[in-house]
Design a protein around this ligand. Structure first.
Ligand code: SAH
Length: 396
């Protein structure tokens, strides 16, 4: 096996159990390693530290599989890690019965580059790094053994794979497409999941608890759900007794799926749902011009900053939509606002929203801080995993 030697002092992050080794930390590689091969990581004075996947094309030159230098990285390793990740979810009561569930949350489950989501008896796996890509067969087999699922679909078509020198890969790893539409129940509402064409692995499971929170808050309110995608928040608002729910997205196909989701829930009052295919930035300004107002607004935009380098531009975008939304709130109204940008941390996000409130001339209070659901845990040693942060604000 090849040996990756770090520069002096660069072993510190490894000792803190951070799984990434950037190019600047790497002094040399001795021996031959192909992309994705496992390498031994040693300190500048040759002390063994970890086993990692070699990613020569990426700025993150290696990702650590194990901090135990005696642990072999083989099929059995993936079987153990995947079984442990599945067992952790089963041990949390709020997750145990979920039909839609993230089973593997990459670094935070000790498996960099590996995402796996379960939708009923279908598991969707996404491999984002060359190290993970190499172990596809072991990962698929281990997922099947840990879950007993009927089928496994691969959705490795994310942009970040290009940074690893990888092409998009999609297709069935186990079983074949089910004859019937894939539908999960979330907080008592049916949601169709398009694993082939939808975002991510088909659905945003991370917002499960926050959608339920909207159901709790929605009674008799006029709700505006911006960036609604397939209407996860909207249907919860209807289920919670909202007076009216306006759902906005710029994607026609997302709105088509959103309407399909409403149709899958005859218990909801469809006459209270209004759909708008529009750009949120423009439409919020138009609504303000027209004198509209809402009692509860949800802002769950796409990732505006892919890295910290884009944080400034992203900050302007977050400020603009939050400012517009705050202006549209009726007295006593609620704003549920999110950022899923890794480059914008919770502190910065709060500052941006505070600036928006100031400019909007609204006094707002944080009544709750929001985060991803428990099946999207954050390893304390890996703060980068803390991507989803939200604020529930109440305005005067
Ligand atoms: N809130 C959703 C997930 C949002 S994903 C949920 O709970 O499932 C982000 C959505 O924003 C996508 O559906 C995308 O089509 C939409 N989008 C991106 N930019 C937009 C814009 N400028 N205006 C309106 N929608 C936009």
């Amino acid at each position: 096996m090849a040996t990756l030697t770090l520069h002096p002092g660069k072993e510190k992050s490894v000792r803190r159990r951070h799984p990434w080794l950037f190019s600047g930390a790497v002094a040399q590689l001795d021996g031959r390693a192909r992309p994705g091969d496992t390498v031994d990581v040693v300190s500048s004075d040759g002390r063994p530290l970890a086993s990692a996947a070699w990613s020569p094309a990426s700025q993150i030159r290696a990702r650590i599989w194990s901090f135990d230098v005696d642990e072999s990285i083989d099929h059995a390793f993936f079987k153990r890690r995947i079984a442990a990740a599945v067992a952790r979810r089963a041990a949390l009561p709020e997750l145990a019965g979920q039909q839609g569930l993230r089973l593997i949350h990459a670094e935070s489950d000790g498996l960099p580059g590996v995402i796996a989501d379960r939708y009923g008896d279908t598991v969707v796996v996404q491999l984002t790094t060359v190290g993970a890509d190499k172990w596809r067969a072991a990962i698929a087999d281990s997922l099947f053994k840990a879950t007993g699922c009927a089928r496994i679909y691969e959705r490795s078509d994310v942009e970040v794979r290009s940074l690893e020198g990888l092409q998009a890969v999609t297709g069935w790893l186990h079983g074949t497409a089910a004859a019937e539409e894939l539908v999960i129940e979330e907080n008592g509402v049916n949601m169709t999941v398009d694993i082939v064409g939808g975002h991510k692995t088909g659905f945003y499971l991370d917002q499960r608890d926050n959608r339920r929170r909207v159901a709790e808050l929605a009674r008799d309110r006029r709700v505006l759900n911006c960036f609604c995608y397939t209407a996860g928040f909207s249907l919860q608002a209807l289920a919670g007794g909202a007076r009216e729910v306006v759902s906005m997205d710029s994607s026609g196909p997302a709105l088509a799926t959103a309407r399909r989701n409403l149709a899958l829930n005859p218990q909801l009052d469809a006459t209270r749902a209004i759909w708008l295919e529009a750009d949120v930035f423009t439409e919020l300004r138009n609504m303000r011009g027209a004198g509209d107002s809402y009692d509860l607004i949800v802002l769950d935009p796409p990732k505006f900053a892919h890295t910290a380098a884009h944080a400034e531009r992203a900050g302007r975008a977050y400020k603009e939509i939050n400012l517009s939304a705050l202006r549209l709130l009726a007295p006593g109204g609620l704003l549920m606002t999110y950022s899923c940008s890794g480059g914008v941390n919770a502190e910065l996000f709060q500052k941006i929203v505070a600036g928006a409130a100031l400019d909007a001339g609204r006094t707002a209070r944080i009544v709750q801080r929001l985060q991803g659901a428990a099946d999207h845990p954050v390893d304390l040693a890996f703060p980068e995993g803390d991507y989803l942060k939200g604020l529930l604000l109440q305005v005067d």
